[in-house]
Design a protein around this ligand. Structure first.
Ligand code: 1GP
Length: 254
């Protein structure tokens, strides 16, 4: 397994107060021209990571697709797998996600047992990640496919206790998601509560559509903000989004 290069960048970012933007790329929505344009804009905007995957992906050649992105840029590609079919050695790292907000054993440990021997054979960095689904106001693909109940949006304490348990179980990243296309992004109060109580890199996504919202999530305590849908609709938003996120970083003291 590869050294912890990507994970270290997340830890260093959190410690230094550097805020980062991740762009979620959906392998099902990617003609070559569309991907090329998104990558071009991401390089220009200094996007920090690409996340690739989703709860329902029908593209059977995710590895080739990642390879294509890798030939276009140096932005690290991290797999955000919805299932064992989305594991590929072409990426730089993989979120080894356990859906700790739910009580579906398949997504807590079942799929992991199936994926573990395959992943071991791949030269890929594996990042144990607590994935917490938060209610975003509408049913999302992830809530439907995962067959799990999201954490209520107005219960930050449940989110804190869930993240605390995940930390004690040895997971190294907290990923709070209200699901792609969520009506409401995760509240600032919930982000702050988790960020103040758990000292692990905190990734926040779902329903973030504007630079202002991205900045608010960073100010509340997110270390990495993830945007998917909004950039699929308007890729030119990338520059403003990245600027809004990066401007929330603490100044670098030399
Ligand atoms: C990734 O679910 C998010 O964690 C992405 O959500 O597509 O709503 O930006 P959006």
């Amino acid at each position: 397994m590869k050294d912890k290069i990507i994970y270290q960048s997340l830890v260093d970012g959190r410690q230094a107060g550097q805020k980062k933007l991740a762009v979620l790329l959906d392998p099902d929505n990617g003609s070559e021209a569309v991907v090329q344009r998104l990558v071009y804009l991401a390089v220009k905007a200094k996007v920090d990571y690409f996340f690739v995957g989703g709860s329902l992906v029908t593209n059977a050649t995710i590895g080739n697709w990642i390879q294509h992105i890798k030939t276009l840029c140096n932005i690290p590609v991290i797999i955000f797998p919805g299932s064992v079919f989305q594991v590929s050695p072409q990426a730089d790292a993989l979120f080894f996600l356990s859906l700790v907000s739910g009580r579906n054993p398949e997504l807590l440990i079942g799929q992991h047992v199936i994926a573990a021997p395959l992943i071991r054979q791949m030269n890929i960095e594996v990042m144990p990640t607590a994935y917490m689904l938060i209610d975003g106001g509408v049913p999302t693909t992830v809530s439907y496919i995962s067959n799990s109940t999201p954490i209520p949006a107005d219960k930050p304490q449940i989110a804190v206790c869930t993240a605390m348990a995940a930390d004690m179980l040895g997971m190294r990243i907290i990923y709070m998601d209200s699901g792609s296309g969520a009506q409401k992004p995760i509240s600032d109060a919930m982000i702050t509560a988790v960020s103040q109580n758990i000292n692990l890199p905190l990734i926040v996504g779902g329903g973030i559509r504007t630079p202002k919202q991205a900045a608010l999530s960073c100010q509340a305590g997110a270390d990495v903000v993830v945007v998917g849908n909004a950039l699929e609709k308007d890729p030119t938003l990338m520059l403003e989004l990245a600027a809004a996120v990066h401007e929330c970083s603490l100044p670098i003291i030399k």
